[in-house]
Design a binder for this molecule. Structure first.
Ligand code: B1M
Length: 215
């Protein structure tokens, strides 16, 4: 198989052996971020489709996720970094009940490489832990990720909790994850939230929105 196809196949098949050699070869051809966006994420998309249609079982999805994570970790040192003053601080978490963290961790990498301080709380984080960390770390922004449909409801509840604690005006909120839609966040959730809440389709939109929040 040609290199890009082979890399994509590695994600789909969860095949880690020889991964580094293929990534080194790919790095000779294009920047690390392009490899992630154009090749590896394409593989994860296929995994999602196969799983969704019952053609792939969960343990294999987990293997794919592990190869994806290993690939991102290997590529990370090869990414461009903006040096200089910290532009702002975000507390980032996958919401309660949700274990998906590949997207969140990509957001972490993109923001960290572009001058932001990221406090990454991990997965399955209840709103109380997120708000506590935001307070302790003096966050400028709160970021929540979630891929399950039920996580979209959790995010709504989290915003309501921020309203009732009087914290909505204090932290702009950035939301992302495959089950969300722009309309749900920027119409439905924006209507009930007393502060600013925005939807990021991908990590790069997350970066643009951070820049806008901090401007
Ligand atoms: Co799960 N899973 N999974 N899974 N999984 C999905 C989400 C699913 C759509 C698959 C499917 O059915 N086709 C489906 C959800 C269905 C639904 O809710 N309606 C699903 C399911 C059902 C489940 C379980 C319930 C399965 C089970 O146990 N029976 C279970 C849930 C456990 C739980 O959370 N409580 C489960 C478990 C798992 C694994 C552990 C095996 C593994 C996760 C491993 C890990 O993350 N460490 C896994 C995986 C890998 C997937 C799919 C295949 C791939 C997700 C992924 O990593 N994508 C996924 C299919 C899909 O998404 N279509 C699926 C790549 C990643 C880069 O994309 O996270 O969307 P994403 O991030 C993007 C953007 O969304 C955005 O930026 C990123 C790219 O730039 N973004 C943000 C994300 N967060 C952001 C935050 C921001 C800004 C942007 O600011 C704060």
């Amino acid at each position: 198989l040609p290199l890009n196809e082979r890399l994509k196949r590695r994600i789909i098949d969860g095949e880690r052996k020889g991964l580094e050699a293929d990534l080194d070869a790919a790095l000779g051809q294009r920047p690390a971020l392009e490899i992630i966006n154009d090749v590896l994420l394409d593989g994860m998309k296929t995994v999602g489709e196969l799983f969704g249609s019952g053609q792939m079982q969960l343990p294999f999805v987990l293997q794919s996720a592990e190869v994806m994570k290993a690939a991102v970790a290997y590529l990370e040192p090869h990414m461009d970094r903006v040096e200089g003053e910290t532009k702002g601080r975000i507390v980032l978490a996958t919401v309660k009940g949700d274990v998906h963290d590949i997207g969140k961790n990509l957001v972490d990498i993109i923001l960290s490489n572009n001058g932001y301080q990221v406090v990454n709380l991990g997965i399955k984080q209840p709103v109380s832990a997120i708000l506590e960390a935001a307070d302790e770390q003096k966050a400028d922004v709160i970021g929540m990720s979630g891929l399950l449909v039920k996580s979209t409801v959790v995010m709504k509840e989290n915003l309501e909790e921020m309203n009732s604690r009087g914290l909505a005006g204090k932290y702009p909120v950035l939301l992302g994850g495959a089950a969300l839609t722009r309309a749900y966040v920027e119409q439905d959730l924006a209507e009930l939230f007393d502060g600013e809440v925005r939807y990021a389709r991908d990590a790069f939109e997350g970066l643009r929105l951070m820049d806008a929040f901090m401007a």
